[in-house]
Structures are given as structure tokens and as C-alpha cells.
Design a protein around this ligand. Structure first.
Ligand SMILES: [Ca+2]
Ligand SMILES: [Ca+2]
Length: 147
């Protein structure tokens, strides 16, 4: 060991923890044909793991999001994310009946899903390292069955 470290002032302790933003856009795939009109409340949630009940890191609500036209993007920004590996889930509450305190898709809502019938939450992984993440593409790929 090399003795005292002269430039260690301790000032770092007073800095707030550094967080970053994730920016991008949401589109609807042509295969996900809306049951309603494709205009509704878009919910984007960031979890520490891709499972229902996992700790929520952040959530974004976009009112009157319009994905009635496939491929037309709706921009989003998620702020105050700490560095780490995050898991993003999203859905469009097309019929406007989701509980704002615990928003979940019900039959007829547009969702990002990799296997609609498997009963498992589907997420897009995003890793925040030391800068904002831009250009994250989120896609509503399906419709919750049962409508
Ligand atoms: Ca709904
Ligand atoms: Ca609607």
C-alpha cells in the first residue's frame, strides 16, 4: 500500500446518486390490430426483473397515446433510472379501464408480448451504464386475448 491518498476530499458523499434517462419510441406492429380505436393510455413500467411483483424502478404514463396507425411512433422518456440492468414492460389501455394505482392489461388491450398465452410477463431488457440511453424501440406486438 502506498500511504495516504491526497486527493480524496470526501466531497463525493454530498453528491446525489447519478441517474440517467431512457428515451425512445413506441410503435404498434401491423399484426396487433386494436379491438378498440388504438388510442388510449400508454403505460411503461421498469422492473428490476421481468416478473409480476418484481420491484418497480420507474413508471411512465402517456395519456391519449395514438397507435391507431401501425408504425407511427409515440415518443417516451423514462427519467431517474439508476445504473443497472432494467426490464421494460408496456401496454396500451385502449378501453381506459386500468387501475392507475396498479395498471395491468385486460382483454383487448395492446401489449408487448413474446408469448401471449404463456401467462408470463414479457419485457425488453435495457442496460443503463453511465449515460442516457437513446433510441430504445418498444413495440406493441399483440392484443390481450379474451375480448
Ligand atoms: Ca384495459
Ligand atoms: Ca381507445
Amino acid at each position: 500500500m502506498d500511504g495516504a491518498d491526497d486527493d480524496h476530499t470526501g466531497d463525493e458523499a454530498s453528491l446525489p446518486p447519478e441517474t440517467f434517462s431512457v428515451l425512445g419510441q413506441v410503435t404498434r406492429s401491423a399484426a396487433a390490430v386494436p379491438v378498440d380505436d388504438g388510442v388510449g393510455t400508454l403505460w411503461i413500467a421498469v422492473f428490476t426483473a421481468c416478473e409480476l411483483g418484481a420491484p418497480l424502478v420507474a413508471a411512465v404514463r402517456i395519456d391519449d397515446a395514438d397507435v391507431s396507425q401501425a408504425g407511427v411512433p409515440v415518443p417516451f422518456e423514462i427519467v431517474d433510472l439508476p445504473p443497472g440492468e432494467h426490464h421494460v414492460a408496456l401496454f396500451l389501455d385502449d378501453d381506459g379501464n386500468a387501475n392507475p394505482m396498479a395498471p395491468l392489461p385486460d382483454p383487448g388491450d395492446l401489449v408487448y408480448e413474446t408469448g401471449l398465452d404463456d401467462g408470463v410477463l414479457s419485457c425488453i431488457p435495457v442496460e443503463v451504464i453511465d449515460e442516457d440511453v437513446e433510441g430504445l424501440a418498444l413495440v406493441l406486438t399483440g392484443v390481450m386475448p379474451g375480448a
